[in-house]
Design a protein around this ligand. Sequence first.
Ligand code: APR
Length: 229
Amino acid sequence: MNVVVLSGAGMSAESGIKTFRDAGGLWEGHNVMDVASPEGWARNPELVTEFYNQRRVQLGEVQPNAGHLALKDLEENFHTVIITQNVDDLHERAGSSNIIHLHGELIKVRSTEFEHDIFELGYQSMAYGDKCPKGTILRPHIVWFGEEVPLIETAIKLVEKADILIIVGTSLEVYPAAGLLYHAPRHCRIYLVDPNRHEDISIRNLELIRDTAARALPELVRKLKMNKG
Ligand code: APR
C-alpha cells in the first residue's frame, strides 16, 4: 500500500507559521512578488535575504505539531512519501524520512550560478554577498514564482503509484503542485484536509475532511491503521 501525502502551508499553521493566502496577499508584511520572485531578488537582494533570514530564525523557534507527528506514525505503518510545498523542516523534525521539498528548503542556500551546489545553513542568517567555495554569490534555496520546479516529475511518478493520497493544508492554487492530484490512479482514495474549504473538488474517491491538520491527521491515521487489518 503506497501512501502519498501532499502538504502545504496549512500543515504548519498550528506550529505558528503563517500560511500565504490566509494573510491577505501579504506575506509577513511583504508583497509576495517582492520577496519570492527572481525579479524581486534582482531588484532588492538585501531585502529578500533579510526576509528569508527572519523566516529561518522563526523556524528555529517553532515545533512540529500533532499533524506532523501523525505522519511519522503513518510512515511506521505504510510505505509513505511526503511531497511538501513547505520550505520548513517540520516534517523532518517530526521524524518522517521520505520527504520531497517541491519548493526548496529554508535551512539551505545555493549558488546563484551552479544550481546543484547546495549548502546547509541551519537556522542562521546569511548576508547578501556571501559566496560559495567556488566564489559565486549565494541565494536562498527556494523555488520562487516563475521558476521551474525541478522535482515535479519525481512527484508525478510517486502520485501515479499512490493507493492513498492525503492532501493537507494547501489551497491548491499554485501550479504545478496543484495539478498533482490529477495524476492519482483510478483506484486511489483521496483525503483532503482543510478547515476552510467550502467548494467540493469534483474528483472521484475524494473525501473532504473540514478540520485542521493537527486535529484531523491523528484521527485519519488511526482510521487507516484500523482498516489495514
Ligand atoms: N490545517 C490545515 N489546513 C489549513 C490550516 C490548518 N490548521 N490552516 C489553514 N489551512 C489551509 C487554508 O484554508 C488554505 O487552503 O491551508 C491552505 C493554505 O494555502 P496557501 O496559503 O495558499 O498555501 P499553499 O497551498 O501551501 O501555497 C502554495 O504558494 O506562496 C507559494 O511557494 C509558496 O508553497 C507555497 C505555494
